[in-house]
Design a protein. Structure first.
Length: 112
């Protein structure tokens, strides 16, 4: 990985590995990191660990930080466990108060 701060990344799934490879190949992605397990967001349902922090800079724009909640094999809430979907919703609400941060639930890097 050339655009991550780590040479080696421990992935939780093949979906995450594909996602990282796709991010690494994009010219608009300046930096990304698989967030460590200790990075927790407090929610009413307990703590939540988003998967990725991404710095993306489209041509002619300032750099922005995107936090991607989960790189699941689906973005369809009906195909996720209730606990997974609830934590994703809490993550969205948590980061909504930060004007320069977007929080997304995605399947592939092209959705960032």
């Amino acid at each position: 990985m050339k655009k991550s701060i780590y040479d080696v990344i421990e992935f939780d799934s093949e979906v995450e590995a594909d996602f990282a490879r796709e991010l690494d190949s994009r010219t608009d992605i300046k930096l990304f990191i698989k967030l460590p397990r200790w990075f927790k967001v407090d929610t009413p349902l307990g703590t939540y660990n988003p998967d990725w922090a991404i710095v993306k800079q489209a041509e002619g724009e300032d750099e922005k930080l995107y936090l991607v909640s989960e790189t699941k094999s689906t973005t369809d809430p009906t195909k996720l466990r209730d606990s997974e979907w609830d934590k994703i919703r809490c993550g969205k609400a948590h980061f909504k108060v930060l004007p320069d941060v977007q929080f997304k639930h995605v399947k592939v890097a092209s959705e960032v």
